[in-house]
Design a protein around this ligand. Structure first.
Ligand code: SF4
Length: 243
């Protein structure tokens, strides 16, 4: 059995993580506004970081993680987010970017949306579309990046590179705890939204941001129903839900 498989098998902490996050998120959706969302996301990110740090201290990676600043192969693939992450990122972008930079980003998102629309993860691997949030090979929203991006890691950058534009899936050796902790927190958040009756509860990042940034106040628009995330619904989640 590989080291990754052994770590994954030992990692039965995921349901407990998801369960706690699920409860927290379902409760937080009541009366959710911008400041409340900021606090919720800060709490979720901190919880994930602390949980991951505790696991990493007990069971550190056996191989050196190859990820580093400026390495962005994984930023060319399908990224699944919850609406919480989408409106949280859109809120931060609206707050932090000057008008011309925001207009430029919205244009890049619209162009990217036209190319990625309807594509599943396999289709995105072949397309290898760079995330519109990349700037000079770096994530421009690093502090607010999605859970999926936080969990992504690799012990072999050449394996990541060879996945770009490749219709075959390429195995990437990774530190499983990192992927699983952030994955479990993201899953818990999605489940909490579903419990609160919010649909779609999983979205594709580029489409979701394009839609969210059409609104001055993305959080308020999402909660009062004027922001419709349906065109951004995650095709991967829909495929999994099929009998
Ligand atoms: S949000 Fe940031 S880390 Fe995630 S894919 Fe885009 S550029 Fe990469």
């Amino acid at each position: 059995m590989s080291q990754s498989a052994r770590q994954a098998q030992d990692a039965d902490y995921r349901p407990a993580i998801s369960k706690g996050v699920r409860r927290l998120v379902a409760k937080a959706t009541v009366g959710l506004d911008g400041p409340k969302l900021d606090r919720l996301m800060a709490e979720l990110f901190q919880f994930a970081e602390q949980t991951f740090a505790a696991l990493a201290a007990k069971d550190p990676p056996r191989r050196t993680i190859a990820c580093g600043e400026g390495c962005a192969h994984c930023c060319h693939f399908y990224v699944q987010v919850t609406p919480l992450e989408a409106v949280g990122i859109a809120r931060a972008l609206r707050k932090n970017l000057p008008p011309d930079a925001l207009a430029g980003l919205r244009q890049r998102l619209a162009q990217s949306y036209a190319r990625v629309r309807g594509k599943d993860a396999a289709g995105r691997m072949v397309l290898a579309e760079p995330c519109p949030l990349l700037e000079g090979g770096r994530c421009s929203i690093y502090a607010d990046r999605p859970f999926v991006c936080r969990g992504a890691n690799s012990a072999d950058a050449s394996a990541c590179r060879s996945g770009l534009g490749n219709p075959e899936s390429v195995p990437v050796p990774m530190y499983v705890h990192q992927r699983q902790v952030y994955g479990a927190v993201g899953q818990g958040a999605a489940d909490g939204l579903r419990d609160a009756g919010i649909r779609p509860h999983l979205l594709e990042l580029v489409s979701a941001l394009k839609i969210a940034l059409e609104h001055e106040d993305p959080v308020a628009a999402w909660r009062n129903g004027t922001l419709d995330f349906s065109p951004a619904a995650c095709v991967e989640a829909a495929k999994k839900a099929r009998p």
